[in-house]
Design a protein around this ligand. Structure first.
Ligand code: HEM
Length: 155
């Protein structure tokens, strides 16, 4: 798939010199967990399709779906870990190593911007979460619920 050629040779990890191999454990588990999740999602969808007319009577399924909300985010992060860790030690394959590409700046500068990013995104995350919870507790606006909107006309 990678070479767009059915007859291409796929070289194993041991065919590469030791100093050109990525951290194996992290790549191994991020790939497998991502693929496991990528298998689970269509399965949940198929089960949901069969239950589509009795979702209200399937609290177990609804609970699984609710607790599955973080899973695609985890899969995305694992895919990213796989892509970034799996290509080490290269930043440009065969041409430039990551160690040669690091900017000559003090680690304290990196730390300060990292802390700033963590603070800003944590704040945004907390505000977003608060607003979602607030809206969910309020429930849908009456005009968004077909039966409720139809009632005054019928009365
Ligand atoms: C059967 C399921 C899956 C397979 C076989 C698979 C395979 C792969 C492979 C081989 C890569 C590395 C690509 C590269 O670095 O060149 C990758 C990256 C990635 N995957 Fe998956 N994946 C699967 C499911 C998922 C799912 C369910 C998600 C998210 C919901 C996901 C999100 C990502 C992301 C975000 C990347 C990083 C892309 C990049 O930075 O270039 N994957 N996947």
């Amino acid at each position: 798939m990678v070479r767009h050629d059915f007859n291409a040779e796929v070289r194993g990890l041991k065919d590469f010199p030791k100093d050109e191999r990525p951290p194996v454990l992290l790549s191994f588990f991020s790939f497998r967990t991502m693929v496991a999740l990528g298998t689970l999602f269509p399965l949940l969808t198929i089960i949901g399709w069969f239950k589509r007319n009795r979702l209200v009577e399937s609290p177990g399924y609804l609970k699984i779906m609710l607790w599955s909300i973080p899973l695609p985010y985890i899969a995305i992060e694992l895919g990213w870990v796989l892509a970034e860790v799996g290509r080490q030690p290269w930043i440009v394959y065969g041409l430039m190593k990551t160690s040669d590409a690091a900017s000559p700046i003090a680690s304290s500068q990196v730390l300060i911007s990292l802390i700033a990013f963590i603070l800003v995104y944590s704040l945004l995350g907390a505000v977003g979460f608060y607003l979602i919870v607030k809206n969910a507790r309020q429930g849908p606006a009456p005009e968004a619920v077909p039966e409720a909107a139809a009632e005054p006309a019928a009365a």
